[in-house]
Design a protein around this ligand. Structure first.
Ligand code: SF4
Length: 329
């Protein structure tokens, strides 16, 4: 794998993952394993930047998320899977990058103010929250990653990482850090049960490994085109969240049949959802089975992560030796 470019991505430990996570990031990560040397990490220190006052759930959420990652196909044979807080070198690099990062770069970060407003029940006027893009930069460049798979909204963060990497190399006259590229991935937008963005905080999620019974109930109650009040009312599939799921889970023939049937009132919402339920359950069944299998082998899962931590640590130790030498301390 030595000739492959290296990429890195992480997720905050939020516990069991939902279909938005699956289609928005994880499926892409699984594919990337075929092309790149991949590092995937649980960003548990990042979780503390917003949840520092209630950290109780972070540890359990970490293992729940790792089980989901392995269930969907992240493979430790191809990827280094690790936990951020197990690699203390991230903290050292974060501190050193903090010395050279101008405050103005952090204050102009578009998500800084946005998140402060959105999460207004939490006090995010902290040094840790302002500085989290520096921690993110340390997470990425400590592995001398060439790329970071991201959605459009995260591109400004990658840009900041690129600026910090360049500034370090320039200031200490070295070329330790490649300037990583943002690998933009177009992922399908999967709405939640109520048509809004799928998010745990909205309570509108379908979880990747939840029971068949729960998934069936949730899809049965999912929002449809509000124009279709009665069975014979025609609808517009493009404004129905159910149809967004068909596009991902159903065959081209089924998608066409549902779209036409919806527009002409040739199909009822109950029947339309029944087709979808069958397809969703069929796609998720192997993932759920693998999750149950892994839950029975938690000791082995911990060994996989211990091995991933060790591999990540080896790489970050090498980088930090170069960094200390470049700075001269
Ligand atoms: S027929 Fe299907 S796509 Fe059309 S409104 Fe009903 S559930 Fe949505």
């Amino acid at each position: 794998m030595a000739d492959r470019k290296r990429i890195l991505s992480g997720m905050r430990p939020t516990g069991r993952l939902h279909l938005g996570n699956l289609h928005g990031a994880l499926e892409n990560w699984v594919q990337l394993q075929n092309q790149y040397e991949c590092y995937f990490f649980v960003a548990d220190w990042h979780a503390l930047t917003t949840d520092y006052a209630s950290p109780e759930a972070i540890r359990d959420n970490t293992w729940d998320m790792i089980l989901d990652w392995l269930s969907v196909g992240l493979d430790p044979k191809f990827s280094t899977i690790f936990i951020q807080s197990e690699i203390k070198e991230h903290a050292e690099l974060y501190l050193l990058l903090g010395m050279i990062t101008p405050l103005a770069w952090l204050e102009r970060n578009p998500t800084y103010k946005e998140q402060q407003q959105q999460l207004n029940q939490k006090d995010l006027g902290t040094y840790g929250f302002l500085g989290y893009p520096v921690l993110q930069a340390a997470d990425i460049i400590i592995y001398r990653a060439n790329g970071v798979p991201v959605g459009k909204d995260q591109l400004p963060h990658v840009e900041l990482t690129r600026e910090i990497a360049r500034r370090f190399n320039f200031m200490y006259k070295c070329d330790i850090f490649p300037v990583p590229d943002g690998l933009l991935t177009e992922s399908p937008m999967l709405p939640g049960l109520d048509g809004r963005k799928m998010s745990k905080s909205y309570g509108n999620c379908i979880f990747i490994t939840e029971s068949e019974k729960d998934i069936t109930e949730k899809i049965s109650k999912m929002m449809t085109d509000p124009q279709r009040v009665r069975r014979h009312d025609p609808g517009d599939p493009e404004i129905s969240p159910v149809f967004a799921y068909h596009k991902l889970y159903s065959s081209p023939d089924e998608i066409q049949r549902v779209a036409e049937g919806c527009r002409t009132a040739g199909i009822g919402c109950v029947e339309c959802k029944k087709i979808l339920i069958g397809n969703v359950l069929a796609k998720l069944a192997p993932i759920r089975e693998r999750r149950i299998w892994l839950e029975g082998r938690i000791g082995e899962v911990k060994e996989i992560i211990a091995e991933g931590n060790a591999r990540a640590r080896r790489e970050s130790v090498i980088t930090m030796e170069l960094v200390r030498r470049a700075i001269g301390i």
